[in-house]
Design a protein around this ligand. Structure first.
Ligand SMILES: *Cc1c(COP(=O)(O)O)cnc(C)c1O
Length: 360
């Protein structure tokens, strides 16, 4: 390709590669941790209402700061609106987090195995990183996060391991690194058994250096709408706001704002589907164990599993041939694991059926 007119920056990038989004839908898609259930019917109604209401016409720009959505989120979590920020998917929120807090002289600390977009953002924003190995059980050991740093980021539950780190350890990190921002990416936190004790949102009032990032893409079944959130002390939120308004003033369109508000307002539907996925995860785990897989304890809507009879890469290939897609990472330490999104009952049954054939 002719890159003559590209900037040196553009030439230097190695972009993130998302999981495959197949164009035809006869595949059993368990590769990108989307919700196996539809969004709440109230979300669909809210989108319809936007389109039907002249005052809400798409001819006009949306509210630039998504004020109503921020206020609904603040009420839901018992926070003040000054502690809430929203963006076009949590990927955008994370990009603004990197630009706002991590572009410093000291390196960013992050686990060797975590969301693979973090190193990409680090490269985009010229942030030096220091990768810290997870322990043998794939848990984060906070005692390894020592020394001068320009920030810390990890996913909790971690991806792709699914492991949940206890809140007490997040507290320790924030206490030990008061001059750095600690970012907890809680993309999957709603699949923890007890969300209120698992989420670092409970630490926001106490610590001025914690940012909690969440998304509507997984537990709220709105990956197609692109809504991400950050919760933090107002002074950190102000930095995100300044960065956003130096990049894109209107990150959330009218449909996304209305959909997200309606989703938060349908708590009964949310709880029902979240519990359903947790039960489906337990079922899937038991079936995989019967097939000889070692399955890490997961607090997410996916499991990370190691087969005993056949290399993971081969199983992934054979599943693909049968129309079941899951995720395999060609990465040191985890090349013998498979990340499998929790599907609905039919999808999980199909996966287990095909796996049983492959391993027979
Ligand atoms: C899915 C995911 C995201 C991205 O979520 P979007 O809101 O869809 O951009 C961020 N972090 C982790 C760990 C994820 O798994």
């Amino acid at each position: 390709m002719d890159k003559r007119l590209w900037s040196d920056k553009a030439k230097s990038l190695t972009p993130y590669v998302p999981g495959e989004q197949p164009k035809h839908d006869n595949l059993c898609k368990l590769n990108t941790n989307e919700n196996p259930f539809a969004p709440s019917p109230k979300v669909m109604d809210a989108i319809g209402a936007v389109l039907a209401n002249d005052a809400n016409t798409l001819r006009l720009y949306p509210e630039p700061e998504s004020d109503e959505l921020c206020s609904v989120l603040a009420d839901y979590h018992g926070l003040d609106t000054s502690q809430v920020f929203v963006g076009n998917g949590s990927d955008e929120v994370l990009a603004l987090v990197f630009a706002s807090f991590f572009m410093k002289d000291k390196p960013l600390l992050l686990p060797d195995i975590s969301y693979s977009f973090y190193p990409v953002y680090a490269q985009t924003f010229g942030v030096a990183t220091k990768s810290i190995a997870l322990d043998e059980s794939f848990a984060i050991n906070v005692d390894d996060y020592v020394g001068e740093c320009g920030g810390i980021i990890f996913a909790n539950p971690n991806a792709p391991t699914g492991r949940l780190m206890p809140i007490a350890q997040i507290r320790q990190l924030a206490q030990r690194h008061t001059d750095a921002v600690v970012v907890v990416d809680e993309a999957y936190i709603d699949y923890a058994d007890d969300v209120s004790t698992a989420s670092a949102i409970s630490l926001i009032d106490e610590f001025d250096n914690i940012v909690v990032v969440q998304t509507f893409s997984k537990s709220r079944a709105l990956a197609g709408m692109r809504v991400g959130v950050a919760f933090a002390n107002p002074s950190l939120i102000a930095a995100l706001m300044a960065m956003k308004n130096s990049f894109n003033s209107y990150p959330l369109d009218r449909l996304a704002q209305a959909a997200a508000i309606a989703s938060i307002q349908d708590e009964a539907y949310f709880q029902e589907k979240r519990q359903a996925v947790i039960h489906l995860r337990q079922d899937l785990t038991a079936h995989l164990q019967q097939l000889g897989f070692e399955v890490l304890p997961s607090a997410a809507n996916f499991v990370f599993a190691k087969p005993s009879q056949m290399p993971a890469a081969i199983i992934a290939e054979k599943l693909r041939e049968e129309g079941v897609i899951i995720r395999h990472f060609k990465q040191a330490r985890i090349e013998n694991y498979l990340r499998i999104s929790v599907g609905n009952r039919e999808q999980n049954a199909r996966l287990i059926e095909v796996l049983t054939q492959i391993l027979a």
